[in-house]
Design a protein around this ligand. Structure first.
Ligand code: PEP
Ligand code: MG
Length: 364
């Protein structure tokens, strides 16, 4: 069901757009979501979660093969199968977004989501990789983590296995060159690194990205322009934002993980005691819905200040679920962030909330 965006509604939105300062982007990784968000007035993609692109049955088997491989060569063989899919993913998104900014986050899977479960999946991946089931089972034991959300995920995977991000970045650059040939504005991808805790990870990964860019430029006889930035989604990253900004052209606050790690509260299990906590006024509300402005918000504010002190023109956005919540959007306005990014169906609400926040700010 598509809402009617014509008539009075579009007038109201036009008025709101004339008032707001915050840009509104969307979180999208499928062409459908990107198209829907554009229809709702999204001004770019603030978060493309690339791990979601690999669950398709045609791809998940290669992804499992890659994760389970014991050697770099084994991983590269599986990644070569994924590259054409990934390149097409970005070609589609860049075409839909028509020169609007697109922030692509490199792979951030909690590893268990990519591991085979049950005998059938184990047999399937052993067959695809040409190894025995016993080898797959042994590798599974090596890779299984007690706490995957705090484990080998995000950039940690990119540091351990650089070839994963190399494949993704190659796909991004090849797609950007392809779509730039359509005419119009050249595509300037924004490449985002997840789950860093400090500057060193970004330094290592950025050097790898620049190397791939140079290779692709030489192969395609083309010039690439791109940005490299990072998620700020762990308390340590927020505190070290001054140093991190030496390497990052933008920060995007991942307030889902930042809330989880600041509270020490699993984002998947919080509902078990949330009602009691709210009724006893320990929490003002669900901190995963409305940003905890006193705690998590203070980390956002510290990171924004320290980032700007190093790099005054650093671009700042938010891409956690809070990016679509009106009171959190008011907080983002007060912090002077550049944009919020939210799921496609929240885009109209975010446009209105951003306008309201701008008006409130002017009148206060
Ligand atoms: C976040 O942590 O806020 C975020 C946007 O990333 P994800 O939800 O994919 O962990
Ligand atoms: Mg996150």
């Amino acid at each position: 069901l598509k809402p009617d965006l014509s008539g009075d509604f579009s007038k109201l939105m036009e008025w709101a757009d004339g008032v707001r300062r915050l840009k509104v982007r969307t979180n999208a990784e499928t062409p459908d979501d990107a198209q829907t968000a554009r229809g709702f007035g999204a001004e770019g993609i603030g978060l493309c979660r690339t791990e979601h692109m690999f669950f398709d049955p045609a791809r998940i088997i290669s992804m499992r093969e890659m994760i389970l491989a014991e050697t770099e060569q084994g991983r590269r063989t599986a990644l070569d199968k994924l590259l054409p899919y990934q390149r097409q993913d970005f070609i589609d998104l860049f075409r839909i977004m028509k020169g609007l900014p697109v922030t692509i986050r490199l792979l951030d899977p909690p590893l268990h989501e990519f591991l085979p479960h049950g005998d059938g999946e184990i047999a399937e991946v052993a067959n695809a990789a040409g190894v025995s089931e016993a080898i797959v089972r042994r590798r599974l034991l090596d890779l299984t983590e007690a706490n995957p959300m705090l484990g080998h995920r995000g950039c940690r995977l990119g540091i351990s296995y650089p070839e994963i991000y190399e494949m993704q970045v190659r796909a991004i650059f090849e797609a950007a060159i392809e779509v730039s040939k359509d005419g119009g504005n050249p595509v300037i991808p924004e490449i985002m690194i997840p789950l860093i805790v400090g500057k060193k990870e970004l330094e290592i990964l950025k050097a790898a990205i620049i190397k791939v860019a140079a290779e692709v430029e030489a192969e395609k006889l083309a010039k690439l322009t791109f940005l490299v930035g990072t998620m700020i989604e762990l308390p340590r990253a927020a505190l070290k934002a001054g140093e991190i900004a030496e390497e990052a052209e933008f920060f995007s606050f991942g307030t889902n993980d930042l809330t989880q790690t600041t509270f020490g509260l699993s984002r998947d299990d919080a509902s078990r005691f949330l009602d009691t906590y709210i009724s006893k006024e320990i929490f003002a509300g669900d901190p995963f819905v409305s940003l905890d402005q006193e705690g998590v918000g203070e980390l956002v504010s510290i990171a924004a200040d320290r980032g700007r002190a190093t790099r005054p023109d650093i671009k700042l956005g938010i891409c956690g679920e809070h990016g679509g919540d009106p009171s959190s959007i008011a907080f983002c306005e007060a912090q002077g962030l550049d944009y919020v990014s939210c799921s496609p169906y929240r885009v109209p609400i975010a446009r209105l909330a951003a306008a309201q926040a701008a008006l409130d700010r002017k009148s206060s």
